[in-house]
Structures are given as structure tokens and as C-alpha cells.
Design a protein around this ligand. Structure first.
Ligand SMILES: [Zn+2]
Length: 155
């Protein structure tokens, strides 16, 4: 007869929600991760950032503050917006960074498969994606809440 050993982990495993595994969790892991970058990337992947298309922000007009042209959605910010596309272009000029720029969810699935490994290069790509998403979101927030804009600098 097998004895059951009490542990906090065993109790937690009994009561936690065993939902379906997601493919993108690897994008949030790795030695190069910066927690606040990973958090914003996680929110962006789940499309939970408070973009202007959310019903509770409809009074703000819904237009993207980075380009002033289209409705601000996750799909638009990452990376259909002219501003974010320019960020990707600058990044591609510095490192060999490939981003297919199709639908956001499709690209996240693509990146999850492509940058899934433990190799430092794949970890660096994951960190780059988290960093660019974080800084685009920061710039968006700076423009919304402080009415100021930072210039993009080419290195
Ligand atoms: Zn835009």
C-alpha cells in the first residue's frame, strides 16, 4: 500500500486548475528575461493590455496615439502600426531579427515554435520580442498619459 505524503505542492496540484497547455509559454521563459518585459508580453499575448478598442476606453476615440491613423488594437500595435513597424525595421538593422508580421496570434505561435529552445540565441530572440513589445507599450502610455513623445533613434 502506497502512503500519501502530505506536502503543499501535492495539495496545490489537487486544487489548481489543470487548463489546457498553451504553446506560447516558452516566450516568457529563459535566462535573458526581464520580469516587467515578460509581464507586458504576457498581457499582450493574451490581448489584455488596455488598448483603445476596449469598451471602457471608447470615450477616448479609439485612435492609435503612435500613428494617429487607425484603431488601436493589439493587432495594430504589434506590429501593424507605422511606429511599431519602424521599431522592427530599426531592430532588423541592428541584429538579424525576423518577424513575419501576419496576424498577432499567428506570429506568436510562429515565434513560440521557432524560438523554443534553450540556446542563447533563441533566448535572446525571446528577450528581444519582449523588449520591443514592452517599449512600444511604454511609448504608447507616455503619449496617452503624459502627452509627450520620444523620438526613435537610429544607432
Ligand atoms: Zn498606430
Amino acid at each position: 500500500m502506497e502512503r500519501w505524503r502530505f506536502s503543499t505542492k501535492a495539495v496545490y496540484d489537487i486544487f489548481r486548475n489543470h487548463g489546457p497547455k498553451v504553446g506560447w509559454h516558452s516566450l516568457l521563459l529563459g535566462p535573458c528575461k526581464i520580469p516587467r518585459y515578460s509581464f507586458v508580453l504576457w498581457m499582450a499575448i493574451l490581448e489584455k493590455l488596455s488598448t483603445m478598442d476596449k469598451p471602457w476606453l471608447s470615450h477616448l476615440g479609439g485612435v492609435c496615439v503612435l500613428c494617429g491613423r487607425e484603431m488601436e488594437t493589439h493587432e495594430h500595435l504589434f506590429f501593424r502600426c507605422n511606429y511599431s513597424r519602424q521599431c522592427i525595421r530599426i531592430l532588423k538593422g541592428m541584429v538579424r531579427f525576423t518577424w513575419p508580421n501576419r496576424a498577432w496570434a499567428v506570429d506568436i505561435a510562429w515565434a513560440s515554435k521557432r524560438w523554443n529552445g534553450r540556446h542563447i540565441v533563441q533566448a535572446a530572440y525571446r528577450a528581444l520580442l519582449a523588449a520591443i513589445v514592452y517599449h512600444i507599450w511604454q511609448e504608447r502610455n507616455r503619449r496617452v498619459f503624459q502627452q509627450s513623445a520620444a523620438e526613435l533613434h537610429y544607432c
